[in-house]
Design a protein around this ligand. Structure first.
Ligand SMILES: [Zn+2]
Length: 78
């Protein structure tokens, strides 16, 4: 049995991505690096797709058989 549930793992990844987004944004603005700022906003798009995935897991995946349709919709959106 895994240490974290599926939504727990996505939430952990979401938290790490938010930290990396903020760190890249702050360092990018303080050093004037356009590459870091651009990658920070790329990570922001990753954060938004992980929020959608977390929503689909928590709302749509109440059991395994009903889990397919929300995950297909999330993959289409993200
Ligand atoms: Zn990415």
């Amino acid at each position: 049995m895994p240490l974290l549930s599926r939504s727990g793992r996505v939430a952990l990844l979401l938290g790490l991505n938010i930290i990396m987004f903020l760190a890249e944004l702050i360092v990018g603005y303080t050093t004037g690096s356009l590459a870091l700022i651009a990658d920070a906003f790329h990570m922001l798009s990753d954060v938004l797709s992980q929020i959608i995935a977390l929503y689909a897991i928590r709302v749509g995946c109440l059991n395994v058989s009903s889990c397919q349709r929300p995950l297909y919709m999330v993959s289409l959106v993200s």
